[in-house]
Write a protein that binds this ligand. Structure first.
Ligand code: CUA
Length: 491
């Protein structure tokens, strides 16, 4: 027994070190309350803690008192070496008065705890009635978070932007298994249950980043299913919302082509477009069904929306800071940061192993993703003022303007003007003659216009779909008309 003492002491000291490392300053501490819901929840915790502490002291005190005063003593028999047991203290079995007292006291304690508990539970469902809450849908996925802003038409992932001092009502859903939404400093936990909808609300007092975590075991990467609540003053939050609906600078780099070929089946990247919200919801469900009903063969599965990834702070559901180096590692072999991702097991570019891509290709995709920033974002964010005026270019004719756009918007990178010369897409030579082959009677102007805006509807025979970027819809009407005027002159 004595020889084991140092070991017990060591274990005890170690435990003590672990216990005191639970600092209230930790970013996932439930004691560092950053909003009214968390405050309410910890008030309840403190109430129960102090009641329990009081009961502990009273019960242990009574126990120690009894141990010391009523312990069994041996009484020597005078004139002999023998001892006899002490006379037992007076027994109080069946004391009705005592039994009533110790039944009533715990019942009263339970009532004292139950009233504020039940009240707090209900208060965590809905924000105060006279408030104007921001509506959010938080969707749990294995193993990342989808955040939807139904009123604003925004979809994003793993980083939840909210305004400070305004209630946020969160509708909790899950596409696969049970997860739990928890932002220790702000609010939670509440489960996301497939086929069922839960609600909760939160509010953040001060701008800042608040760490969140899935709090219900949900599979292999459960511990890596983190997220972030980013709270900003209302004006900054509104800037963010506007930015989410602003396209990035046009990018037709190699990375874009590689992204389209290997990533775009699962990841949307253009949810800044009008009506893209509804589209994203539908396509996300399709991806899920595709995988769910045919897990052996499916090459797509629901995945985080990557629109404006460049302005996020983290990647891989809160695992790492968003840096080019981390992004490259992540694309190259997701299991470096997170084992068990569907991305790695489902996408054909991985199929369970590292990406089947050259290093320079991975870097090109990373560059492309990092460039996904709303046009003017940096300028607006730093100056707080409108973007400086673009240098005005003057055109003598629409055709001239169109020719400029053809070169500067990247069209010329894929489309030749010469007969039978294919760069990536079909040559523009004979473009006018092709009009009407998809929709009979379509005028050449209309055909060209529609092909730019909806490329997949007008695929030239022998060419694959989804290669031409579907982003030219973001050109202004004047620019589109200019392009059409130019292209129609190519014979
Ligand atoms: Cu999702 Cu644990």
């Amino acid at each position: 027994m004595i020889s084991k003492l140092p070991k017990y002491l060591a274990i005890f000291s170690l435990l003590w070190v672990l216990i005191i490392s639970c600092s209230p300053q930790h970013q996932q501490s439930t004691f560092a309350n950053a909003g009214p819901v968390a405050q309410q929840q910890s008030n309840l915790y403190y109430l129960m803690f102090w009641i329990a502490a009081l009961i502990f002291v009273l019960v242990q005190g009574a126990l120690i008192f009894a141990l010391l005063n009523f312990r069994r003593r041996e009484r020597p028999i005078p004139g002999s070496d023998f001892t006899v047991p002490d006379i037992p203290p007076k027994q109080v079995h069946g004391n009705t008065k005592l039994e009533i007292i110790w039944t009533i006291i715990p019942a009263l304690i339970l009532i004292v705890i139950a009233i504020p508990t039940v009240r707090t539970i209900y208060q965590t469902y809905q924000p105060p009635e006279d408030s104007d809450p921001l509506e959010i849908v938080a969707m749990g996925h294995q193993w990342w978070w989808e955040f939807r802003y139904p009123d604003e038409g925004i979809v994003t992932a793993n980083e939840l932007f909210v305004p400070t001092d305004r209630p946020v009502r969160i509708t909790l859903q899950s596409q696969d298994v049970i997860h739990s939404f928890w932002v220790p400093q702000v609010a939670g936990k509440k489960d996301t249950v497939p086929g069922n909808t839960n609600v909760m609300w939160l509010q953040v007092d001060e701008p800042g980043n608040y760490s969140g975590q899935c709090a219900e075991f949900c599979g292999v990467a459960h511990a890596r299913m983190r997220f972030r609540v980013i709270a900003e003053e209302e004006a900054d939050f509104n800037t963010w919302m506007e930015a989410m609906k602003t396209p990035p600078k046009m990018d037709t780099s190699e990375g874009y082509g590689l992204f389209l070929a290997h990533c775009s089946m699962c990841h949307s990247i253009d949810s800044y477009n009008e009506n893209s919200y509804e589209k994203e919801l539908v396509i996300q469900d399709e991806r899920w069904d595709d995988w769910y009903f045919n897990q052996e063969e499916s090459v797509r599965v629901s995945a985080p929306n990557l629109t404006h990834l460049g302005i996020r702070t983290m990647i891989a559901a809160g695992q790492k800071d968003l840096t080019k180096e981390n992004l490259i590692t992540w694309i190259k072999d997701p299991s470096e940061f997170k084992r068990g991702t569907r991305m790695q097991s489902v996408a054909s570019v991985y199929k369970g192993g590292p990406a089947k891509l050259e290093d320079y290709e991975i870097e090109a995709i990373a560059d492309y993703l990092l460039a996904q920033i709303p046009d003017g974002w940096g300028v607006v964010k730093s100056a707080g003022e409108a973007v400086e005026e673009e240098e005005m270019l003057v055109w003598n004719s629409a055709e001239e303007h169109g020719e400029y756009l053809f070169v500067n918007q990247g069209c010329a990178g894929c489309h030749s003007l010469n007969e039978n010369e294919v760069i990536v897409g079909p040559s523009m030579y004979g473009l006018v003659d092709r009009s009407g082959d998809k929709v009979s009677g379509l005028s050449a102007e209309e055909y060209i216009y529609q092909s730019i805006v909806y490329p997949n509807e007008y695929i030239v025979d022998g060419y694959p779909a989804n290669v031409m970027p579907q982003i030219f819809i973001n050109l202004s009407e004047e620019e589109l008309q200019a392009l059409v005027s130019y292209l129609i002159t190519i014979k």
